[in-house]
Design a protein around this ligand. Sequence first.
Ligand code: ATP
Length: 240
Amino acid sequence: MKERVIELNHIIKTYGNVKAVDGISFQVYQGEVIGIIGANGAGKSTTLEIMMGLRKPDSGYVKVLDMDIKDASDEIKQKIGIQLQQTALYDRIKVKEALELFRSYYDKKRDLKEIIDTLGLEPYLNKYVKNLSGGWQQRTSLALALVNDPEIIFLDEPTTGLDPQARLELWACINKYRAEGKTIILSTHYMDEAQRHCDRIAIIKKGKLVSCDKPKRLIDSLGNREGTLEDVYLQYAVEL
Ligand code: ATP
């Protein structure tokens, strides 16, 4: 039995009268790749950010690597890697500077050259991050999520806006770290990616976890032999 690395227990988060997360519980096991899917505004980013310790739930608890995020957020932050959708950090910083800055925040450090080589960042090190194309910005932000050699990597829509080749290349990088046994939790709007790369898919609809299972089991549950995860999405995640 694989070790449980994340436990969410009945998480609720409201903003005014919006229930962004409405009683979500689920668990993630070491080495899994979990995809979180759901419509815009369903609560994916809020759920991810609560797991990362960036937002506090109103109620419920989150344990990461067996530590309660309420009591041990600094220790947990040392052991996780975070890639957010957009960051303002990049305005006046070069790729190499960003990598060195992020690396300085952590006790444990992964070999920077290895990360740069894996992500092909060498030719871009002296360029301003804001001047890179979307694909290279995403690679840079993935590199930043890896500098502390995290046990768990959180990726909020890592491939959104990338062209098909850039998406494939980014997945090749993500899969390299997966092969090392890292646990990876990501949100995505691309059902083809989720179906191909994720061990389990968490479907969120209006702040609730509708289902969390292997892509094949979700597809089989539709009773349609030719079904895809897109059909699952339409069935479970959308208000028709
Ligand atoms: P998307 O796919 O568009 O990124 P999402 O599933 O990640 O959406 P969230 O960003 O988690 O959804 O938002 C869930 C709900 O909470 C939405 O109704 C959103 O408007 C609201 N919300 C999120 N953050 C805030 C905030 N800081 N203040 C007020 N409302 C918020």
